[in-house]
Design a protein around this ligand. Structure first.
Ligand SMILES: [Zn+2]
Length: 445
């Protein structure tokens, strides 16, 4: 499940707040007298907004299975099966927004209307899927957003093929369109959406004509009124990776001698200024979380290493002697509370996935033994779906299930749901210690 590391990314940006050391803030010219508030020096640049963080999973997005996380709950969606289509368009899908509430430990349609069949535009949970959707919350976790991706191949035949962003209250009410692209524009789904206290930051690819080179623009969108401006022009090969301490971290794969080298730079919106941070060979697998680049390396026969690079300071640290009896690639995925997940497919005939938690601060390595049963009985590692400060939402099991829906004509419909995920909460501490002390979620869908 590729989306898991993003889940860590989004909230870690909140958890890993650092004290700023510079970033345009000048010391006050005259120290404040006791009892007085210090004021900033006249003429200093405004601070970067330090609430800026990643709110979607960018490169690792699974288009139709993705969610928005907040400290109180997790939003995802279901898509109706083919038989339920009520529109002529082959691209038209329908579905529902689903909410998992951590306090009540229930999973519900995002709708509070009693007796609602959740099958038309009057329901806050009902959604149409013109192509794909991407769900996310803003940095302040006050609004829910649904990006309808539109046609990603530039083939625009109808309004549904045009990308747009809807926003709504966290209970799904007051849904309205925030932004609509032009027919020659598309969202760049390889770049995560960022948000700070007032705005979203979204990459858009603009192709003005069939012969013109497409360009990528990073746009700043005001959540309150949908007005936007382009704040940075990017090369197509350049990607947003992360945001940290008010800075956007970008990686450029074009300035390279090999396909595996990246140059990272930061961009400060308040100063409209870019700064080169780091140039490196990307190892076999890497992730960027906040200001940290983590690279997995296979070293010798049976051990591996993780290289941890602070992109802002350039400092490097290596943790080695990590087990890696691997076939093919080793990878690093989640990062939470300084702990990274190290994974590989082992050399046995079965070729099972093996994973370890590596504490980047202490070097401690713990094998993960928690497993869940996938349809057919295959045992898999327990995926992390979302994260709060103290606990994870995970998939603890799957079941052979049915989904009961009502189509637009009012006809009840029962469809198979053979590999339905069973969600549960688990404290981070239990997860780290391989204790399957799950708090079950009641699934009412
Ligand atoms: Zn409803």
């Amino acid at each position: 499940m590729l989306k898991k590391w993003q889940k860590a990314t989004a909230l870690l940006c909140l958890l890993f707040s650092l004290f700023a050391t510079g970033c345009g803030k000048q010391p006050a010219a005259n120290p404040a007298a006791p009892g007085e508030k210090a004021t900033e020096t006249q003429g200093s640049q405004p601070d970067d907004d330090r609430s800026l963080r990643v709110v979607t999973n960018g490169n690792f997005r699974n288009l139709l299975l993705n969610g928005a996380e907040t400290e109180r709950g997790y939003y995802d969606s279901i898509i109706w099966p083919l038989d339920m289509y009520t529109e002529d368009s082959p691209w038209m899908h329908c579905g529902n927004l689903i909410y998992t509430d951590y306090q009540t430990r229930t999973r519900i349609f995002l709708c509070s209307t009693p007796g609602c069949a959740h099958n038309n535009e009057n329901c806050t949970s009902y959604i149409r899927y013109p192509r794909g959707i991407v769900l996310f919350a803003n940095a302040a976790e006050t609004r829910l957003f649904c990006m309808a991706t539109g046609a990603m191949d530039g083939e625009v035949y109808s309004e549904d093929d045009i990308g747009r962003i809807y926003q709504m209250d966290l209970d799904g009410s007051n849904r309205k369109e925030l932004l609509r692209l032009k027919a020659y524009e598309s969202f760049s789904l390889n770049d995560p959406v960022l948000s700070d206290s007032e705005r979203l930051y979204v990459c858009v690819i603009v192709t003005k004509s069939a012969t013109a080179e497409p360009v990528k623009e990073l746009r700043s969108i005001n959540i309150s009124d949908g007005t936007w401006e382009t704040i940075l022009n990017l090369k197509i090969a350049e990607n947003v990776f992360s945001a940290y301490d008010g800075l956007i971290i970008l990686g450029d794969g074009e300035k390279v001698t090999s396909n595996h080298t990246y140059e990272y730079r930061s961009f400060s919106m308040s100063r409209n200024e870019s700064k080169k941070l780091y140039e490196c060979d990307i190892g076999e697998y890497s992730i960027v979380v906040n200001n940290t680049l983590i690279i997995a390396n296979k070293t010798v026969e049976d051990t591996g290493a993780i290289k941890i690079i602070d992109l802002l300071s350039g400092s490097e640290k290596i943790i080695d002697d990590i087990p890696q009896e691997a076939v093919g690639m080793v990878s690093v995925t989640d990062l939470f509370d300084d702990i990274v997940r190290w994974a590989y497919i082992d050399k046995t005939e079965i070729g099972e996935a093996q994973e370890y938690l590596v504490n980047c601060a202490t070097g401690e390595i713990t094998k993960i033994t928690l497993r869940y049963s996938e349809f057919g009985g295959t045992k898999r590692l327990v995926p992390i779906v979302a994260e709060t400060e103290t606990q994870f939402l995970v998939i603890k099991d799957t079941t052979d299930s049915k989904l009961s829906l009502t189509n637009a004509e009012g006809i009840p419909f029962l469809c198979d749901w053979p590999n339905r995920e069973v969600y549960a909460l688990i404290s981070k501490e239990d997860y780290r210690n391989n204790i399957p002390n799950y708090q079950d979620i009641e699934d009412t869908i």
